[in-house]
Design a protein around this ligand. Structure first.
Ligand SMILES: C[S@@+](CC[C@H](N)C(=O)[O-])C[C@H]1O[C@@H](n2cnc3c(N)ncnc32)[C@H](O)[C@@H]1O
Length: 449
């Protein structure tokens, strides 16, 4: 691996005591593979689990990399493949007060959104934003697989999130960055890097943070993270955030995890206020994380107006409404009133990619047509007939190959493999109709049944 010269020189200058271990680790060791299991689904016991990732619940390194695409449990949302050091967001969330209105500003492909969603307070919800439309679609696929109906997805600029008037008690900015921490696993990250990139990224990071901060409620928490090594995109941003009047939050990272306290690297950083994963120290790729709290004082410069007004504007989602199921334009059905209020409010400023908890729609002739998300949902009742497939059949179903089981239930029914729901099928006058979304289908060659 040829690391860019300017990068090597800068790391040697900024991290003189860690640079050589970092370079030799990424040159000599292959990146590890790790997954986080979905607590709301069956545990993926068939995976080659190795040791536990100590800083995240239900997270494991694998002994080897399976072909995830061919594993029906992957499509059933039994686990999410996620780089291990970035999963430390779970340990950070565990140290913060419970949150009900969370915002993930830079969310795709979604690993950290799923971490946030899994720790939501009982009546909480998460709004994910992803600026790049194609990436927002990948995020949607991952969110639907995970099955948590309290996640909505919008697409737009950070400024639009704040302009919507919605406010949040938890905001994550996992910022677009120069990606130096991924050099070992992603050759494109090296290819795309140039000496000006960290400066350009730092400017963008500052803009995103400044733009979104009005959406953070007084007393709420901001998590800022990157997967890069430079001070400019990490500790310099920390100083910028502090200059806005935000209060640094002390984090506890046990020494055995191998994360380095930024205070031990840079004299200008207070103890426990930011941590770095550096290959050779923590097991995983490069990562930086810090947390700030917005002061409780009302009238603070960054405070935004309350979003309460949205309920009056949208009587259909009045917070006291006894209903849990709402009919929306276009005959879409979805649950969770407060979340919908936010989605409606956000829809004035941003594109709604996925309004959350899709259940299905009413077809004028055929009646209720279930949504793919309903099949994978872990919190909406799916009292439908089920049909189990073996491994080969499940793969053929997921690839939308032409085949038909001999005996099938009537109407719409769930296809499952080893207890994991994979999607819907429909009995059309005795003919098996595969309803697995074409956009998500397996595109690899499969052995014949
Ligand atoms: C580091 S990635 C996020 C990874 C994600 N949090 C996860 O855990 O899977 C940063 C994301 O920010 C998006 N992005 C790029 N420019 C942005 C901007 N100006 N505002 C908000 N997001 C942006 C990128 O498309 C990218 O998906």
């Amino acid at each position: 691996m040829n690391l860019p010269n300017a990068f090597v020189l800068r790391v040697e200058q900024e991290l003189p005591n860690q640079a050589s271990k970092l370079f030799s680790t990424i040159a000599e060791n292959a990146p590890s593979v790790s997954v986080r299991l979905n607590a709301a689904k069956n545990r993926a016991e068939h995976l080659p689990l190795n040791s536990k990732v100590p800083w995240a619940e239900l997270a494991y390194w694998l002994k080897e990399r399976p072909v995830f695409t061919l594993d029906p449990a992957f499509h059933g949302g039994a686990y999410y493949v996620q780089e291990s050091s970035s999963m430390v967001i779970d340990a950070v969330l565990a140290q913060l007060p419970s949150y009900k209105k969370a915002l993930d500003v830079c969310a795709a492909p979604g690993g950290k959104s799923l971490l946030i969603a899994d720790r939501l307070a009982e009546d909480g919800f998460l709004i994910c934003n992803e600026l790049v439309p194609k990436r927002a679609e990948i995020l949607k696929e991952n969110v639907i697989r995970w099955g948590n109906s309290r996640i909505s997805i919008v697409s737009g600029e950070a400024a639009a999130l704040a302009a919507s008037g919605c406010t949040f008690d938890l905001v994550l900015v996992d910022a677009p960055c120069s990606g130096e921490g991924l050099f070992r696993r992603d050759p494109d990250a090296i290819h795309n890097w140039h000496p000006d990139l960290p400066t350009q990224c730092a400017l963008m990071q500052n803009t995103i943070l400044e733009d979104v901060l009005p959406a953070l409620e007084p007393g709420g928490h901001l998590i800022y993270s990157t997967c890069t090594f430079g001070r400019l995109e990490n500790e310099a941003i920390w100083h910028q955030l502090q200059s806005y009047g935000l209060e640094p939050v002390a984090l506890t990272f046990p020494a055995e995890w191998g994360f380095l306290d930024a205070a031990d690297l840079f004299e200008d950083m207070p103890k426990s206020s930011a941590f770095r994963a550096i290959p050779g120290y923590a097991s995983g790729e490069g990562f930086f994380v810090t947390v700030f709290k917005k002061p409780e004082v009302s009238g603070h410069v960054l405070q935004s107006e309350s979003v309460a007004v949205v309920y009056a504007e949208n009587p259909v989602v009045h917070p006291q409404a006894p209903l849990k199921l709402f009919a929306m334009a276009g005959q879409q059905f979805a649950a969770l009133p407060k979340q919908w209020a936010y989605v409606l409010k956000l829809s004035n400023q941003l594109k709604v990619i996925y309004p959350a908890g899709e259940v299905g729609y009413m077809h004028p002739q055929n009646g209720f047509v279930p949504a793919h998300a309903l099949a994978l949902s872990t919190d909406v009742l799916t009292d439908f007939d089920k049909h189990s497939f073996d491994l080969t059949q499940a793969r053929w179903y997921l690839a939308r190959k032409d085949f038909s089981p001999v005996v099938i239930p009537t109407g719409y029914f769930l296809i499952q493999w080893q207890g994991y729901h994979l999607g819907w099928a429909f009995n059309k006058k005795g003919k098996f109709v595969n309803c697995f979304p074409a956009a998500y289908k397996i595109r690899m060659d499969l052995p014949r049944i």
